[in-house]
Design a protein around this ligand. Structure first.
Ligand code: TMP
Length: 206
């Protein structure tokens, strides 16, 4: 089995940048590595992504099922095969996003979400989740302009609950999470992530 590393964080946290930086470093160091994201990474997932980010008026429960459908497809079509080939998989968002956004943000039942996550992932959970934590105002301030994105437009209170949802998950599973201050310079963040990731992935190298 390879190693499964997930990046999480609120809007403008810098997680996608850091996921890419880690992906490139792993490539340079000779690892077999894949970079993907949620929702997405498969045709079904990309279709769900377009719908979820741009269509207003989706019921919270329908939203939840769409994220889960995208996840079920990505896990079976992409993630598991890559991990079984011994690759390192870097994924921008995963199940913890649903707990934070649909659970803490939208107020859906947390136990239901955990249960659906177990079904959608077939029990695949990250070896490490890196949380890029930034105050909501800082993250939203990094977004160039308030576009039409459903989640970016959800309001500060929603995003404060999302942040709290992430921090709560990190506290509950401290040994499998790394919480990084995402307001620090990009290079420092990348170095802190690398220090934690390198020992985890070493065994996957051929
Ligand atoms: P992003 O990956 O470009 O940030 O866009 C994904 C958006 O979807 C982001 O606003 C967070 C949201 N999201 C959820 O609400 N629940 C989920 O389970 C996932 C994966 C993403």
């Amino acid at each position: 089995m390879g190693a499964f590393i997930v990046f999480e964080g609120g809007e403008g946290s810098g997680k996608s940048t850091q996921a890419r930086v880690l992906f490139r470093r792993l490539q340079r160091e000779g690892y077999r590595v894949m970079l993907t994201h949620e929702p997405g990474g498969t045709p079904l997932g990309e279709a769900a992504r377009r719908w979820l980010k741009s269509r207003r008026g989706t019921e919270a429960l329908a939203e939840l099922f769409l994220f889960m459908a995208a996840r079920a497809q990505l896990v079976r079509q992409v993630l598991r095969p890559a991990l079984e080939r011994g690759e390192v998989v870097v994924c921008d968002r995963f199940g913890a996003s649903t707990v934070a956004y649909q659970g803490y943000g939208r107020g859906l039942d947390l136990e239901l979400i955990h249960q659906l996550n177990r079904w959608a992932t077939g029990g695949l959970f990250p070896d490490l989740t890196v949380l890029l934590d930034v105050p909501v105002e800082v993250g939203m301030g990094r977004k160039a302009k308030p576009g039409n994105d459903v989640f970016e437009g959800a309001g500060l209170e929603f995003h404060r609950r999302v942040r709290e949802g992430y921090l709560a998950q990190a506290r509950q599973e401290a040994q499998r999470w790394l919480v990084v201050d995402g307001a620090r310079p990009r290079r420092e963040v990348a170095e802190e992530v690398w220090q934690r990731v390198e020992p985890l992935v070493k065994g996957t190298r051929q």
